[in-house]
Structure formats: C-alpha cells, structure tokens
Design a protein around this ligand. Structure first.
Ligand code: NAD
Ligand code: MG
Length: 317
C-alpha cells in the first residue's frame, strides 16, 4: 500500500487494521506529501520497496491517496513486473470524482507535467466521502471546480442540483455528497468507456483546462490549485464560446455565478499577458501544430469541439 505522510497520519491505522482483519499483510510504502514528489526518483523508490517486500504477480498495489500518490502508484502498478493489480482509494474530492477514474497514471518530468505515464485501469476504486471531512477547505473547494465542470459539459440536471444545493454541498452534507460524487463518477466512466485512450471524445473533459493549464504553468504551479486554475479557465472558455456565437449569455452567467458562489476565482490574473497565455497553450502537450481542439460550451450540459489557434482563443477571452 502506497500513501503519503499526511494521509498516513490520519488513516493508515484504520486501513491496515481493516486489511489485516481480512488476512492481508500490507507492506506500507510512504512517500512525502506534495506534487514535487510525483517524479522518477520517487517512482524508483516505490519499485525498490515493492521488490524489498517481495510483491509478486499475485500481489496488488493499493493507493491510499490524493491524485499525486494515485498517479505515481498507478504507474508503478502498470509497470512493476509488467503490471500487477491496482486498487485506488482516493481521499480528496478531486481524486474521488476525477483522478481515480479512467486509468490515466503517470509522473512529471522537469520539462512538463504528466509527460511519462500509462493507461492502467484499477481493479476497483473505493471512495469514502467521509474522508473529505479532514481535507483542507481549499482543497475541497478546488475539487468542486471539477464537479461543476462535469455538470456543465455533461449533465444539466447535475448542474441544476449544484445551483440549488450549493450551501449544503459546501457543508459536506453526507447524502448529497454521496449523490454528487456517484453521479460524477458515473459520468466520467461513461466518457472513458467511450474513448479510453483519448483518441477523440474523452477530450471533452479538457473543458476549462486549455487555459487552466496555461495559467498554472505561467504561475509556476504555486499560486493556484489545479481546480482554481480550471475555474478561471472554464469561465474564459465559456466567454470564448459566447463570442464565437456558440452559447448564449445566460449560460456564461450561470457558470460564472456558480463558480463564484464556491469562492473560486473567475478572472485571469491581470499580470498574465495574452501573448504569454498563447505561448503557454502552444507548448501544452495536447496542442497539435499550434492549434487546439477547444471545448466550447453550447449550453449547460452541451459542448462541441472547435479547432482554434492559440491566438484566436486569447483574442476571444
Ligand atoms: P494531492 O494528492 O496533492 O492532495 C492534496 C493535499 O491533500 C495533499 O497535501 C494531501 O496529502 C492532502 N490530503 C489528501 N487526502 C486528504 C484527506 N482525506 N485529509 C486530509 N488531507 C488529505 O492533490 P489532488 O488534488 O488529489 O490531486 C492532484 C494530482 O492529481 C495532480 O498531480 C494531477 O496531475 C493529478 N490528476 C490526475 C488525473 C487522472 O486522471 N489520473 C486527473 C486529475 C488530476
Ligand atoms: Mg483536471
């Protein structure tokens, strides 16, 4: 079982006790907390510990984790002995609704995020929403950005539920949270089942991410959490969609208001110039010959792809 120091302090005892009661003997591998450890050096550390523990092909790797440990552990499971079973136990909202579904695993390279990786579907995912009560508030709210994204691109009914019940969701009311997490998982699983390796349709999940990634990279990944940058990116993407005549103003307003009500940012920081944004988008690994398969919003719950140059995107923001 791979985890990090922060999560181990809170949950390791209970999880090891439960596994032992079912006659498993977990070897625990701890890596330090933080995105900066999602790299080759810590992957090598995990391989070493798996070998030390004598894990064979009949073994399984369990990731007790947020998205960072999940990605690294999933990649270890995909490659160790050419692949062993992997179980994901996500403990952040982002990881429960997004990073544990769909099989994308990997690590960062100095040249960019998630440049090395593999598709590895977990044997199963166990998401317990009660874990979210110990999550820092800011992390929880950032996860809500991906929840809003899911509703905005795929499910008008979910979006309406969020509009109506946001205060209860911010209070983490259990039944509502279960309902929302379950729905987001279903929707993401449907998209992935359609297009596992992102040949086409799966790219719909990039809504808000083209600009979000550019903002994250231009601020050195230190100013915004991923969900916060995606929140800004979604508002910008909705504005671009409106300027291109793809959606009405009400759609842009509903999305912006819901994001604002969470306490998430909506404006591109004023010190980020358009040229810099365009350049950052062009170097994104998903850009192709200077153009982007941009996810436009057509209305709440409806999208279409539009091939745009990076310059066109920033001109319409
Ligand atoms: P994270 O894993 O860094 O977790 C955020 C923080 O919360 C960490 O400090 C963590 O130790 C702590 N934490 C986690 N669970 C906790 C709990 N229950 N109580 C208290 N503290 C807790 O960040 P994240 O937002 O979960 O994931 C971000 C990562 O996920 C990025 O590396 C990103 O690339 C990746 N990601 C992957 C996919 C995918 O499809 N594989 C999708 C989205 C994001
Ligand atoms: Mg994301």
């Amino acid at each position: 079982m791979v985890t990090n120091s922060t999560i181990a302090n809170i949950y390791l005892g209970a999880v090891v006790t439960a596994l032992s009661a079912s006659h498993f003997e977990p070897a625990v591998i701890q890596i330090p907390d933080g995105e900066e450890h999602k790299n080759l050096a810590w992957l090598a550390f995990v391989y070493d510990r798996l070998i030390d523990a004598g894990i064979d092909r009949g073994g399984a790797v369990v990731a007790l984790r947020g998205g960072v440990v999940g990605d690294l552990t999933g990649f270890a499971a995909a490659t160790y002995l050419r692949g062993v079973a992997c179980v994901q136990v996500p403990t952040t909202l982002l990881a429960q609704i997004d990073a544990s579904i769909g099989g994308k695993t990997g690590i960062n390279h100095a040249a960019g995020k998630n440049l090395l990786g593999a598709f590895k579907q977990p044997r199963f995912v166990l998401a317990d929403v009660e874990c979210l009560s110990t999550l820092p508030r800011r992390e929880y709210v950032a996860g809500l950005a991906e929840v809003i994204k899911t509703g905005a691109i795929l499910d008008a009914e979910l979006f309406q539920l969020l509009e109506a019940e946001l205060p209860a969701l911010l209070r983490q009311e259990r039944d509502l949270l279960v309902r929302v997490v379950r729905r987001c998982c279903q929707l993401k699983a449907l998209v992935v089942a359609e297009d596992e390796t992102e040949g086409g349709y799966r790219a719909i999940l990039n809504f808000g991410h083209t600009l979000g990634h550019a903002i994250e990279s231009l601020t050195d990944y230190t100013t915004y959490l991923h969900g916060e940058a995606v929140a800004i990116g979604m508002v910008a993407a909705a504005r671009v969609s409106h300027r291109l005549g793809r959606c009405d103003e009400t759609t842009v307003r509903r999305l912006t208001q819901l994001i604002e009500r969470c306490g998430l940012p909506v404006d591109i920081p004023s010190d980020l110039g358009r040229d810099a944004l365009a350049l950052a988008m062009r170097t994104d690994k998903k850009a192709l010959g200077g153009t982007i398969k941009f996810v436009c919003l057509e209305g709440i719950g409806a999208t279409r792809f539009e091939r745009l140059t990076c310059e066109e995107i920033v001109r319409h923001i």
